[in-house]
Design a protein around this ligand. Structure first.
Ligand code: AMP
Ligand code: ZN
Ligand code: FE
Ligand code: FE
Length: 281
């Protein structure tokens, strides 16, 4: 089983990178990618816990925004972790997330919700990428909502009046930066409409021209119909088709490897990176 999209405590997952590796080993996964939001922070710990039998793919789920303000998540995998441009991009995005959180908190306070930025930051583990799930956790701790799910359903979703985006590069820019760093890029859950506005099928040709390598088709937030449309787009442009869990530990209702990638698709994807960067114990 091949799972190419997972999160740890280094962003908004709830398992440490080590726990994530141990769970993947226990489930006998063949390939696991660690793709925390806008960070490579968990890479070293994941490598330290690796044991024979599991191939580790290091990556990041990179926040992007189209010219017309649609949020896009790009999975960058197998890129050179020393690449300066990507380092700077990710650092910048992580910093932007702080000002953005402050603004969301201010909006919530304006509506009489008793929450402070410091309480949100308490939910964040050392050096992790800040996100709305940490705000959700703070709201749960204060018993304003019962769960992350309820927080997103009521206050934190993308169409909420409290929502503020954070500035991030366009998906085309990120695809180019990932390619420049020798890696491959897969657009994550492109048609997951639960999360807000999504790109339309015409946007794909621009991404392909920039160097997009694959599409995440099998993901729990995409319906069978949306998956069929994405599979057709992948076929049209010769893109790799992936499937993954987007595992977040107990932070979200999903299980490791609940969706997975076919071995031949993974082999093709790996061959598109400029070096063999899969980590083995
Ligand atoms: P942010 O990165 O701050 O914009 O927050 C988006 C993140 O929140 C996504 O990457 C998901 O991991 C998480 N998320 C989105 N919707 C939900 C939900 N309904 N329940 C739990 N987590 C969610
Ligand atoms: Zn997340
Ligand atoms: Fe995502
Ligand atoms: Fe994700």
């Amino acid at each position: 089983m091949i799972d190419l999209h997972t999160h740890s405590l280094r962003s908004d997952g709830t398992d440490t990178p080590g726990e994530l590796i141990n769970k993947a080993l226990a489930l006998n996964l063949d390939v696991l990618a660690l793709t925390d939001h806008d960070t490579m922070e968990g890479w070293q710990e994941a490598k330290n816990y690796l044991r024979p039998g599991l191939d580790l793919v290091l990556g990041a789920e990179i926040s992007c925004q189209t010219e017309d303000g649609i949020s896009v998540h790009m999975l960058g995998l197998l890129f050179d972790g020393e690449n300066q441009i990507l380092h700077e991009t990710l650092t910048q995005t992580r910093e932007n997330r702080h000002g953005r959180m402050e603004r969301i908190v201010t909006r919530l306070q304006g509506a009489g919700i008793d929450i402070e930025l410091s309480e949100v930051l308490e939910q964040l583990s050392e050096g992790a990428t800040l996100g709305r799930p940490h705000l959700a956790d703070a709201l749960v701790k204060k018993r304003i909502v019962k769960s992350r799910e309820e927080a997103f359903a009521t206050l934190l979703h993308n169409n909420s009046k409290y929502y503020v985006p954070h500035f991030s590069p366009t998906p085309e820019e990120i695809v180019k930066q990932v390619a420049e760093a020798g890696g491959v890029s897969i657009i994550a859950h492109p048609f997951a409409s639960l999360r807000g506005r999504t790109i339309n099928s015409e946007t794909f040709s621009g991404l392909v021209a920039a160097g997009l390598n694959g599409i995440e088709v099998d993901h729990r937030d995409q319906t069978p119909d949306q998956r069929a449309q994405l599979r057709a787009i992948a076929r049209e442009f010769g893109l790799v088709v992936t499937g993954s869990s987007d595992y977040h530990g107990i932070g979200k209702d999903n299980r490791l490897a609940e969706c997975s990638t076919a071995p031949e698709e993974w082999e093709r994807l790996e061959s598109l990176a400029n070096d063999r960067r899969v980590v083995r114990a």
